[in-house]
Design a protein around this ligand. Structure first.
Ligand code: NAP
Length: 243
């Protein structure tokens, strides 16, 4: 069974995954609000979003402003696709000791609070990461784990995606090392598949933004995925239309 999605709000719309989620939502005729932070280095995407028929909400990451934008949009699906990297945080001169807490956790938490306060029936789809674990000593995985917990405890209908590498030939420069790692890992996993470890290959192989976006949208549309955490192999299946 598929539910109907009338309006979607996409936080992190300018990212590699976010821009493709916006494109596919519009292709499916969903009213789409693309959130772009003021001063974003990727604000050029706003023109593309408008060309595709999306609305652009250029709203600061501040609780009241965000709450206002979501209240006006009245989405029935919200995509949380934000996150930083060490390279990006350095470029932006982020002063925080824990950049993942400041961006990956706190901005996501602000979004969860804003949606809970204004549209408590909206499904929130959170793009997390393989290995997310609030008790991890790795600050990135710990922030992702706390972000997942924040969502699960919010009372909102939720779906969590945990891909391994998100990569494709058109991946942006700052994440080039991830692209290289993904290509190497995919080759090794291809060999593992030949030797019978196909389940392992499906879980860990990389996913590109087109496949991931279609999996996230399909998960948002399917009531069976409310309250589910989707690992890599589930995302690959959803992207292939096999769920
Ligand atoms: N890449 C991977 O292999 C991988 C694997 C598993 C999970 N993930 C998680 O999935 C998320 C999305 O991945 P992606 O590759 O689509 O990310 P991406 O291309 O790096 O996009 C990140 C998004 O977050 C926003 N953002 C970054 N720093 C911000 C800040 N300080 N304040 C407000 N917004 C900020 C960006 O906005 P601007 O464009 O304005 O900077 C952009 O819209 C990641 O954050 C990541 O942790 C990634």
């Amino acid at each position: 069974m598929t539910r109907h999605m009338r309006t979607a709000f996409v936080a992190g719309a300018t990212g590699y995954t976010g821009r493709e989620v916006v494109r596919q939502l519009r292709q499916q005729g969903v009213r789409t609000i693309a959130h772009v932070r003021p001063g974003s280095r990727a604000s050029g995407w706003a023109d593309a979003f408008r060309r595709w028929g999306a609305e652009v909400a250029e709203v600061a990451w501040e609780p009241e402003a965000l709450r206002g934008a979501i209240e006006v949009a009245r989405p029935d699906a919200v995509f949380s696709l934000i996150g930083t990297t060490r390279a990006r945080a350095k470029r932006e001169a982020l002063q925080e000791a824990d950049i993942y807490d400041a961006v990956d956790y706190r901005l996501h938490a602000m979004l969860v609070d804003a949606v809970s306060a204004t549209c408590p029936g909206a499904r929130l789809v959170y793009l997390s990461s393989m290995g997310a674990d609030a008790s991890s000593r790795n600050p990135y995985l710990a922030a992702r784990g706390r972000a997942e917990r924040k969502l699960v405890e919010s009372g909102l209908p939720w779906t969590i995606a945990r891909p391994s590498f998100i990569s494709g030939p058109d991946r942006d420069r700052p994440r080039r090392m991830e692209r290289v790692s993904a290509v190497v890992a995919d080759r090794l996993l291809g060999v593992a598949g030949i030797f019978g470890a196909a389940g392992l290959r499906e879980r860990y192989r990389s996913i590109d933004n087109v496949a991931l976006a279609s999996a996230l949208i399909a998960a948002a549309l399917n009531p069976a995925f409310a309250g589910e955490t989707l690992p890599g192999e589930a995302l690959q299946r959803l992207a292939a239309g096999q769920a």
